[in-house]
Write a protein of this length. Sequence first.
Length: 240
Amino acid sequence: MTASRDADGPVEPAPETGALADPAYREAVVDLLAAITYGEISAFDRLAEDSLLAPTLEDKLAVARMAAVELGHVDLLQARIAELGADPHAALAPFRAAVDRFHEHTAPADWWESLVKAYVGDGLAADFYREIAAYLDPRTRDVVIASLADTGHSDFVVDRVQAAIAEDHRLGGRLALWGRRLMGEALTQAQRVAAERDALTALLAGGVDRPALDLAAIGRMFARITELHAERMAKLGLDS
């Protein structure tokens, strides 16, 4: 998509074709991008706080780098929102309460819970958005996939958690319960946001040049997300 600018006016989106010519679809895409964007901003805030719990300087720097990568995705997402003719800041407002509520309900009690949340919680969100990306126009799909690129913290988290569990098996039981709680809270948040934002629900219903996601497909999607969650937990050495 290209944009034009009047001599004294703001950037105006160029006419769209295909799915993007549908105002309902464009609204849904803006909502989706905004939800991902605010999630990235919240992840940055949370990781910055988590770095204060780090037991070593090496760990603190590793988490700080993770936070920086999350923030780095924001410009890409907001640029696409602007391309679609929406205000990148105003678009985020409807998602603040739900995302903030999730983080309030899943505040880690210690360093180990913060690591599991960074790995498992963020992984759940990324899996969900990758699934939805399959139903987007190519340009938006590319932006979403790029914003979900691994921040490079997977190996760091797995290494730290596995070593800690090897030293204290009781920790493994507590973190397994924590991982299950994260899964439940994430699903609750996703359902709440979908219920509150009709545009997102409509996105899955399909339309011109877009396939629909029926109940059976939705069931398979969540089954895949659950399987990936179980794989992450197993990689950490935890039961799902």
